[in-house]
Design a protein around this ligand. Structure first.
Ligand code: HEM
Ligand SMILES: [Ca+2]
Ligand SMILES: [Ca+2]
Length: 326
């Protein structure tokens, strides 16, 4: 008896270990692949790209706005299109959460992309995948690196205001430790975090996100602070006034963001903290000197970010309209 129970116990352990392994790999990004739509929607990539290019040719900032949408989607319960759901009388989504309210944009472009993709292959391509492809196409269109986007994500049927407000998307007042920890919590390293922060080589920020820095911080170039103060008053008013995150080339994807940090010309507290005598200084120096290394590490990190907790298999749905569940 003792012999049999040891044997069955051993078998049980082996089977249980195997089941746990399968469960773990099944819940990760194992099912995303670059050819997920190769039969069901071969034109998806060219369709998305042409709408993105057209939108950016009308307003270059949209490239930045679209890239940011993918980040704000993936960090809140994974890359599941949750950020795109509109509020209704009976439902509050993520659009009014602190990091998103009056800030995230680009939804009309996403609607246009979805319409074009639905025309080519109805009911096939998820909004979460559209955000991932759109982020890549935005970077490429603005002169940044290219990569193959993994697809096969499905869309959430809901969204979470409280999760979007919980600090998983770190605020611009963050310490370096908080930035590192928040990315670590999503399986991204400090290196990934610094490389992804390089997304701030494009786009704009509102006065309220950098006011405290330009008036009260000391690790800032004084003439740069003065320039920014002229459009962002100390006490009241001007909250919505915009300034470029990269003062040199805000519509080109390059490594000037990191060069600015060496000159203490980072706009946000969370930008300059990456080069302030701490553990990430040497990476900032590397990226400022070597655009190719930045591009490579940015691509690696974008692919990792796109892998965060996707819905796959029969989870979620393929939304017909990115703004509401089916
Ligand atoms: C490291 C932590 C990060 C913090 C604290 C942060 C914070 C911010 C803030 C405060 C703004 C300005 C928003 C506004 O005033 O409306 C902004 C803009 C932006 N962020 Fe980040 N961000 C971070 C990481 C990222 C990542 C990982 C990406 C993408 C990969 C990204 C892409 C962008 C872009 C492109 C813009 C400009 C958007 C536009 O012009 O519409 N950020 N970010
Ligand atoms: Ca999400
Ligand atoms: Ca730039």
């Amino acid at each position: 008896m003792a012999f049999f129970s040891t044997v069955s116990h051993t078998y049980f352990t082996i089977i249980a270990t195997f089941a746990i392994l399968v469960l773990f790999t099944g819940s990760s990004s194992a099912q995303l692949s670059t050819d997920f739509y190769s039969k069901s929607c071969p034109k998806v990539f060219s369709t998305v790209q042409s709408v993105v290019k057209n939108a950016i040719s009308v307003e270059r900032r949209l490239g930045a706005s679209l890239l940011r949408l993918h980040f704000h989607d993936c960090f809140v319960n994974g890359c599941d299109g949750s950020v795109l759901l509109d509020d209704t009388d009976s439902f509050t989504g993520e659009k009014t959460a602190g990091p998103n309210n009056r800030s995230i944009r680009g939804f009309k472009v996403v609607d246009d992309i979805k319409a074009a993709v639905e025309k080519a292959c109805p009911g096939v391509v998820s909004c979460a995948d559209i955000l991932a492809i759109t982020a890549r196409d935005s970077v490429v269109t603005l002169g940044g690196p290219d990569w193959d986007v993994k697809v096969g994500r499905r869309d959430s049927k809901t969204a979470s205001l409280s999760d979007a407000n919980s600090g998983v998307i770190p605020p611009p007042t963050s310490t370096l430790n908080n930035l590192i920890n928040r990315f670590q919590a999503k399986g991204l390293s400090a290196k990934d975090m610094v490389a992804l922060s390089g997304a701030h080589t494009i786009g704009q920020a509102r006065c309220i996100t950098f006011r405290d820095r330009i008036y009260n911080e000391t690790n800032i170039d004084s003439s740069f602070a003065k320039t920014r103060q002229s459009q962002c008053p100390r006490n009241t008013g001007g909250r919505k006034n915009l300034a470029p995150l990269d003062l040199q080339t805000p519509t080109a994807f390059d490594n000037n963001y990191f060069k600015n940090l060496l000159d203490q010309k980072g706009l946000l507290h969370s930008d300059q903290i990456l080069y302030n005598g701490g553990s990430t200084d040497s990476l900032v120096e590397t990226y400022s000197k070597n655009d190719k290394t930045f591009d490579e590490d940015f691509v690696t990190a974008m692919i990792k970010m796109g892998d965060i907790d996707p819905l796959t298999g029969s989870s979620g749905e393929i939304r017909k309209n990115c703004r509401k569940p089916n």
